[in-house]
Design a protein around this ligand. Structure first.
Ligand code: 13P
Length: 251
């Protein structure tokens, strides 16, 4: 049985001074849903406040990106060692916004993911097609490439610290959700692709989240699907009650 994992991706939305309040609200609103792993991934500058507010609770804190080098002349970047030191436990890697706006490639996703896993953190590796790619019939090709290159040299043992997030780019922040059947189809493809990389038994243990306009009103039917093991939540993660509604649906 895979434990469901619901993670908020706060993106660039919450200030350090606002962080403790939101984390404490999330802790309070989700504390009775003990069957779900609950995570808030915050802007790097919010992490110390988030970790302090979540200390001793069931909520884990994560980052939204990390560099692959341990240290050095990489102005503006944050290393996995810094995140470990600050108390983060998870890192989102390869979000479509980073691919779209910041030059992230499958190759850099791979370097980041391996660095995150090696540092003992859990990598939430994002994959997903654009509308253009879907309409051109390239869905399978795109997902397989993102998986095969992005997870190159990730070992079966590494998979304990791997979560995959399927985020169809056309569903992010648009209010358009993939139907449960559309999402399940791609989740099954992701698991089959992972099975070729690390073996079917290990692939069965890896959680695959859905992300893209997930809300309390559509979470239950998505989370009921066989290969949908959680959610990566943008907009709805910024309101504790909405986020908790999604966690409740996964409980
Ligand atoms: P929305 O939930 O706002 O569509 O964002 C999804 C997402 O990008 C999470 O990483």
């Amino acid at each position: 049985m895979r434990k469901k994992i619901i993670a908020g991706n706060w993106k660039m939305n919450v200030k350090p001074s606002e962080t403790a309040t939101l984390v404490k609200e999330v802790v309070e609103a989700t504390k009775s849903f003990t069957n779900v792993e609950v995570v808030c991934c915050t802007p790097a500058i919010d992490i110390p406040a988030a970790v302090a507010a979540a200390a001793g609770t069931h909520v884990g804190i994560g980052a939204e990106n990390a560099h692959w080098e341990e240290k050095g002349a990489f102005t503006g970047e944050i290393s996995t060692g810094m995140l470990v030191d600050a108390g983060a436990k998870y890192v989102i890697i390869g979000h479509s916004e980073r691919r779209q706006y910041f030059g992230e490639t499958d190759e850099t996703v791979n370097k980041r993911a391996r660095a995150v896993i090696s540092a003992g953190l859990t990598a939430i590796v994002c994959v997903g097609e654009t509308l253009e790619e879907r309409e051109a019939g390239k869905l399978v090709e795109v997902i397989e490439r993102q998986m095969n290159v992005g997870l190159k040299d990730v070992t079966p043992a590494d998979c304990e610290r791997l979560v995959i997030a399927y985020e169809p780019v056309w569903a992010i922040g648009t209010g358009k959700t993939a139907t449960p059947d559309q999402a399940q189809e791609v989740h099954a493809l992701i698991r089959a692709t992972l099975a070729k990389l690390v073996g079917a038994d290990v692939a069965e243990t890896v959680r695959i989240q859905y992300g893209g306009s997930m809300k309390p009103g559509n979470a239950a039917e998505l989370l009921a699907k066989k290969d949908i093991d959680g959610g990566l939540i943008g907009g709805a993660a910024l309101k504790a009650a909405d986020f908790a509604g999604i966690v409740a649906a996964g409980n």
